[in-house]
Design a protein around this ligand. Sequence first.
Ligand code: ADP
Ligand code: MG
Length: 292
Amino acid sequence: ATPMSIMVAVGRGAGLGVLVKDAAALERLAQADTLLLDKTGTLTEGRPSVVAIRSVEPGTENRLLQIAASLEHYSEHPLARAVAAAAEDKGLTLLPITDFRAVPGKGVEAAFGTASLRVGAASWFSEQGIDVAALKAEASIFETKGQSVVWVSQGGQLLGIVAIADALKETTAAAIAGLRRDGLGIVLVTGDTAPVAGAVADELGIDQVFAGTLPGDKADLVKALQEQGRVVAMAGDGVNDGPALAQADVGIAMGGGADVAIEAAGITLLKGDLGRLLVARKLSRATLGNIR
Ligand code: ADP
Ligand code: MG
């Protein structure tokens, strides 16, 4: 392709809502045989909302939400924003916590007086010796519906869970079907649990799923797929996705996602619509097909 036709392709991409950093990114997108997808904010709207609260001690749901929100107020995580918004809707005040700390891929912790507070994943609670058995069955009911469950503890004792739903983007199902028809193997990767990831994958007909993935491990997964000889496109929106987007043969960021994701990516989908990738692959083949 001539420099002129490359410029035209990049410009035409922008008109279609596909922002391309350089022509090589567009070319690698067309060559990719595998598309690795983050769940929250990539497949889903990324605007989760609280749908249920269950406390170990019935009747203390508002207290549970207040404690959770007092920590989540300081977190940027999409699940955290849902918890904080639910507490605000109910007019709950925030507790004066200290020593707030975010543990990436696991949750958040802080102190309230002499008690330690935690909000996060069940696997992290178990690691910390917090017994989650009382609400395991209840939690899995939410998870098999594709809803995320956030666990809350005080002083090492489980207080309860918050169930959070995040709808799929209305463009997701058709986009995945189209990309699969275009020859891409579709792989889901998420920090969420296996039941939640499985429910979403089932709905979309995705058959390869990596759940419970820690932020640092997403890039390793990209590398492992590349070592199998695959040409990997990876789409994500979060701070956690940056290293994986950089490792991928072509990184794809969702417009409106974290700045680090956009910086690490070769392509940004302005409206966060994965269906635009199909258009971009066709554009790439039509314009750059003869680049080498
Ligand atoms: P994802 O890959 O789905 O974007 P993350 O890697 O950010 O997820 O987080 C993985 C898991 O860690 C979440 O599903 C959640 O259980 C837990 N987690 C992380 N941060 C928080 C937080 N601020 N509040 C509650 N849970 C959290
Ligand atoms: Mg995400």
